[in-house]
Design a protein around this ligand. Structure first.
Ligand SMILES: [Zn+2]
Ligand SMILES: [Zn+2]
Length: 126
């Protein structure tokens, strides 16, 4: 952390110059003075750092699916693997993204299908 004029500190999170009062104290260092956290109070808040909020935004856009929705999907597929029609109760199942998240797919039900582990893994190898 860079000290500037003894009053302002540069926040490592938002890179703003802020008065010391905006930082949490780490504790006293004897005669050397006080130590401060590298990031301001605002940035220390969970989810407030630029990276965290970006990740959160992305997660929001993609949506999430719940265990109940997965069960619904399995029921809609009559407990059968979408590709090989083997019974998921026997094979176990994987939740598969029709369009993978890496390609911009979402976690909405319309983009999900249930595959047996074997199909899901061979799909990934394709
Ligand atoms: Zn900050
Ligand atoms: Zn299968």
């Amino acid at each position: 952390m860079r000290k500037v004029d003894g009053l302002l500190l540069e926040c490592m999170g938002c890179r703003k110059m802020l008065p010391r009062g905006r930082f949490y104290k780490l504790g006293k260092l004897g005669k050397l003075g006080e130590r401060w956290r590298g990031r301001c109070k605002e940035c220390e808040k969970p989810g407030k750092s630029a990276r965290n909020s970006l990740r959160r935004e992305r997660a929001k856009g993609r949506g999430t699916y719940s265990a109940a929705e997965v069960r619904r999907l399995i029921a809609m597929q009559h407990h059968l693997c979408k590709l090989c029609n083997r019974h998921l109760g026997i094979t176990g199942y994987h939740v598969d993204h029709v369009v993978s998240l890496a390609r911009g797919g979402s976690n909405t039900l319309g983009n999900l299908q249930i595959l047996c582990p074997k199909c899901n893994l061979s799909k990934g190898a394709r």
